[in-house]
Design a binder for this molecule. Structure first.
Ligand code: SF4
Length: 139
């Protein structure tokens, strides 16, 4: 049978379902609507509910709609520049020329010279850009 509920709605339902559980002080039993559940029952139910959300239904690389402007108040607050060479070294002494969005942990490349950033979720940032939230990419 085909599941017609969108993935986001299914995730919301799963989150609402999980929020009904409460870990008691001794952390050995869980309660749901005042009914005690064994740990195994809880884990089995959680796995079954998680399996109901097909991973293929969740897009992993949605491209943000617009390019981030340097004049955007949230960008300006973090000193974002499209080109890391334009960063004011006096204002941001921890910045170095080799730091740019493409080697930041929060950057997700989509295509071309622009990609997504976890700090500015609705906007695209430049691969050569930089802001004060830069974190070295792991690996
Ligand atoms: S957080 Fe990282 S990816 Fe986002 S704008 Fe700042 S340097 Fe670029």
């Amino acid at each position: 049978m085909m599941n017609l509920m969108p993935a986001t709605a299914r995730l919301s339902c799963f989150a609402a379902w999980v929020s009904k559980f409460h870990v008691t002080d001794n952390r050995k039993e869980l309660t749901m609507n005042h009914t005690k559940l064994g740990r195994r029952t809880f884990l089995r139910s959680s796995l079954a509910a998680a399996a109901a959300v097909p991973l293929g239904a969740i897009p992993l690389t949605l491209k943000a709609a617009e390019k981030l402007e340097e004049s955007d108040p949230s960008a300006a607050a973090l000193g974002y520049k499209h080109d890391t060479a334009d960063v004011d070294a006096g204002q941001y002494p921890r910045h170095s020329a080799d730091q740019m969005c493409k080697n930041c942990q929060l950057y997700q490349h989509v295509d071309g010279d622009w990609g997504n950033c976890g700090i500015f979720p609705a906007k695209q940032v430049n691969v050569k850009g930089w802001c004060n939230a830069w974190v070295k990419k792991a690996g």
